[in-house]
Design a protein. Structure first.
Length: 170
């Protein structure tokens, strides 16, 4: 039984300490933990207006971003078109160079034969004719390459002029 009384005293002392702690805490905590402004409606209106302004700014930024993305897409398409055009020009010039190289090789061979024939004192009209035809073909191929190059230059100048005309003048 002595133990029971001792436990009751300890429990009573613990309750007393808890009561004192609750009283101390309730005195330290204000009655209204979240102060409400006197003009709550004005504060709500101000915050709503600030939110609307932020939404408007966000919408404007999204619109600017869309315009920048469209302009980038147009620039990328223009760059791709220019690359495609330059690739076609390079392919055409490559073909011209191949034809010219082949013609020059044929001309060299014919001139070598013609020189050998001249060293032997033989005049072969057929050999002279082939050399002249090879030279004529080299001139035609050179002319075609020059025409292709001139057309490419004119096309590039046309693009520059069109871009300059489209640009707003100050």
């Amino acid at each position: 039984m002595g133990q029971l009384q001792e436990l009751e005293q300890r429990i009573s002392a613990a309750f007393s300490r808890i009561s004192a702690g609750v009283v101390t805490l309730s005195a330290a905590v204000p009655a209204d933990p979240l102060p409400v402004p006197a003009d709550r409606d004005a504060e709500v209106a101000r915050l709503t207006e600030a939110l609307d302004e932020e939404r408007m700014a966000n919408a404007q930024l999204n619109e600017r971003l869309r315009h920048v993305q469209e302009r980038d897409a147009q620039d990328a398409a223009a760059a791709q078109a220019a690359v495609d055009s330059l690739t076609r020009q390079l392919d055409a010039q490559g073909l011209d160079v191949q034809r010219l190289s082949s013609t020059v090789a044929q001309l060299r061979e014919d001139l070598r034969r013609l020189r050998e024939a001249a060293e032997q004192g033989i005049v072969d009209p057929q050999l002279i004719n082939r050399a002249m035809m090879a030279e004529l073909e080299a001139l035609r191929t050179t002319r075609a390459a020059e025409s292709t190059e001139m057309a490419d230059i004119l096309a590039a100048l046309g693009q520059v002029l069109n871009a300059e005309e489209a640009r707003p003048h100050a």
